[in-house]
Ligand binder design. Structure first.
Ligand code: AMP
Length: 544
């Protein structure tokens, strides 16, 4: 027997409708690419999204299932494109401009993007690329007529002119909630990037999941600032969960340096924000250089994308009085998979014990199920020490890549193998110990590169650290710790090793420390272990 409740497909434009109707005047403040701060609200963004949807049908020839790409910063215009195009039944493919140009061309061709909406910043990049993406019909430039560039891009269209030609009274169509609406490619450190195809239902459920109390707890009194780009896995849901919760939005636009982020945090009275550790490192350095500055409104900082060092978490909590939520996830998971928030059980831990737990990547919210297994697929215990392959299931987790790529990641029971190696403790807190391909295999045992890095980062004088496994004649692999010194520091190899001594088991001790000026990062801000391993290929450890 079926229930007798109303059909109400979970479509993303219902999120914006809700925000426009019930939180219509909540502000959306953006740093525009043209320069000045721009202010709007949900009611206006809703009207403009409808106008855009109608113009996309009438002028760009888009219809249900059409794919367009965006290469854009977090601004109100990017938000309008998301809701406008998804709302008319199209698919928004977010492009990461930090990828190599060949990868961008591959992705655009693979996704069969019909048009590209681009910020002014990326016009030169796309001018160089356009011959490699011949099927793209044209480029919509996110600005007004006064700022239109002199460009060689084919069919350049001014965004504001396009919107002005649309109908603000456009009625969203109704369709099945499993219809595709967004697409994002994984960063592809091995092989070609693979496409993840989000649906209306998965985005709405994921947005609601992230707004839950034991997740980011997004409320209408909040002001949310996604520093994490909209082109990086749905801006960790904030472009959906902020309007679901009725929270105001602050969009940082193109400037992500410490001073600019501080300005947006204070200008917008931001209460919750989210980004990768490198962004917070830049902000904290700026604050350190300007000791009078404070963050009185900032209630919580979500940090993820790569392991958050203890020093960053402690600086926010102890110096600035903002809580930190360490989160883990991946593009394939929309992306949130776990968050480090307290439970009734951990509330009774001592402050010191709680910190040990808080540093982990956290617990899965409702709609994410997870387990760790050995290589044979057998479930491993939640004892906090046994490492295993981390597998996940849920309604906002991919069941396949676009066009059937990467089939090995999905098993017959529907579990997705994340490629991460993790422990789960008796309180249910998961800790990533490595990417499966980055774990250091020494004498048949595993050494967690992330743990080595985190401890090294607590050593005064260490600015950034990366541990990699290099071939060793006796042990198969041994760890090399690569370190960037803090400005002005003369810290030595022995100082670093002395700091690690006693904090790790003896056989985890790196065989050497190499000092470099800079550690390479991938397009999504993670340490590029692949590049480091290539750079240190043939490195001779002392005594070998
Ligand atoms: P992406 O799809 O680009 O977001 O990358 C996902 C991968 O980033 C995960 O599989 C993890 O290896 C890594 N990652 C994300 N968040 C964290 C975290 N908090 N700690 C450690 N690794 C993380």
């Amino acid at each position: 027997m079926r229930g007798l409740m109303q059909e109400f497909p979970l479509l993303v434009h219902r999120v914006l409708d809700h925000a426009a109707r019930w939180h219509g005047t909540r502000p959306i403040i953006s740093r525009s690419v043209e320069g000045p701060l721009h202010r709007t609200d949900y009611a206006t963004v809703s009207r403009r999204s409808r106008a855009l949807a109608s113009a996309c049908e009438a002028r760009l020839g888009l219809s249900m299932g059409s794919v367009i790409a965006t290469m854009a910063w977090n601004t109100w215009r990017h938000l309008e494109i998301w809701y406008g195009v998804m709302g008319m039944g199209g698919i928004v493919h977010t492009l990461n401009p930090r990828l190599f140009t060949d990868q961008i061309a591959y992705i655009v061709n693979h996704a069969e993007d019909q048009w590209i909406f681009t910020d002014l910043t990326f016009v030169p990049l796309l001018e160089k690329l356009q011959d490699q993406i011949p099927h793209v019909k044209g480029f919509i430039i996110l600005t007004d007529e006064a700022h239109m560039p002199n460009t060689t891009l084919r069919n350049p269209i001014c965004y504001e002119t396009l919107i002005a030609s649309g109908d603000e009274a456009y009625a969203w169509p109704e369709f099945d909630e499993n219809t595709a609406c967004g697409m994002c490619y994984t960063s592809g450190t091995t092989g070609h990037p693979k496409g993840v195809l989000y649906s209306h239902r998965s985005n709405v459920l994921h947005g609601m999941m992230c707004a839950l109390g034991d997740a980011m707890a997004i409320k209408s009194i909040d002001v949310a600032m996604p520093v994490v780009p909209m082109f990086h896995a749905n801006a960790w849901s904030l472009a959906f969960s902020a309007p679901i919760g009725g929270a105001a939005l602050v969009m940082p636009g193109p400037k992500l340096d410490g001073a600019s982020i501080y300005e947006m945090l204070t200008e917008g009275c931001v209460t919750i924000t989210a980004a990768v550790p490198t962004v917070w490192l830049m902000l904290l350095q700026y604050l350190e250089q300007n000791p009078d500055l404070r963050l009185p409104q900032l209630n919580r900082v979500v940090i993820g994308g790569s392991a958050c060092p203890e020093s960053i978490m402690k600086a926010f909590v102890e110096t600035y009085g903002s809580d930190v939520i360490h989160a883990w996830g991946m593009t394939e998971m929309s992306p949130i998979g776990s968050l480090g928030v307290p439970t009734g059980q951990t509330n009774s831990l001592s402050a010191e014990d709680w910190w040990t737990v808080k540093l982990k990547q956290g617990r899965p919210p409702f709609m994410v199920d997870m387990k760790i297994t050995d290589d044979g697929g057998n479930a491993l215990p939640h004892d906090g020490t046994t490492f295993g392959r981390l597998k996940v299931k849920g309604p906002a987790i991919a069941r396949s890549y676009y066009k059937g790529d990467g089939v090995n990641a999905f098993d017959a029971e529907g579990w997705f193998d994340t490629g991460d190696v993790a422990t789960i403790d008796p309180h249910g807190y998961m800790q990533i110990t490595d990417r499966a391909k980055d774990v250091i295999k020494s004498g048949g045992e595993w050494i967690s590169s992330i743990e080595l890095e985190n401890i090294a980062l607590g050593c005064p004088g260490v600015h950034e650290a990366a541990a990699i496994g290099l071939p060793h004649p006796r042990w198969d692999e041994r760890p090399l710790l690569v370190v960037v010194r803090r400005q002005g520091s003369a810290i030595s190899r022995d100082d670093v090793l002395r700091h690690l001594d006693g904090k790790i088991v003896k056989w985890w001790m790196p065989d050497d420390v190499a000092f470099v000026d800079e550690i390479p990062h991938t397009a999504t801000g993670k340490i590029s272990k692949l590049e480091l391993r290539t750079r240190f290929k043939g490195y001779a450890f002392p005594g070998t």
